[in-house]
Design a protein around this ligand. Sequence first.
Ligand SMILES: [Mg+2]
Length: 135
Amino acid sequence: MIRETLTIAVDFDGTIVEDEYPRIGRPIIFAFDTLKKLQENGHRLILWTYRKGSALQEAVKFCEENGIIFYAVNCSFPEEEFDSSHSRKIHADVFIDDRNIGGLKSWGEIYQQLIGGDAPARPKIQKKGLFSFLK
Ligand SMILES: [Mg+2]
């Protein structure tokens, strides 16, 4: 378990949600649960995505609706204004991105590595059969 506070840059398409850019794909299992737990543990989350303009706003809104408000979006800190005298690379301790060499670890593995313990269990979804109303 990591006790220090980390700044964690997280990609959106293919990382938090399935990549259906410019549409928003379905959330990847445990992504939001893990991100919430990281914030609860005091880590800073930065959304670090190629999206811009309305596509970016939609992604930010989608994350908000799923309980995640980022510390900063596509920058190192909220007040940062892009200036070409600075590097475009943001300052982060860890990057979570599906373009990583080797691909994206599962969010369960990310949870274990950054938080420790097992990822939260999902309640089993009861599938309703066609005739379940007869029971
Ligand atoms: Mg991606």
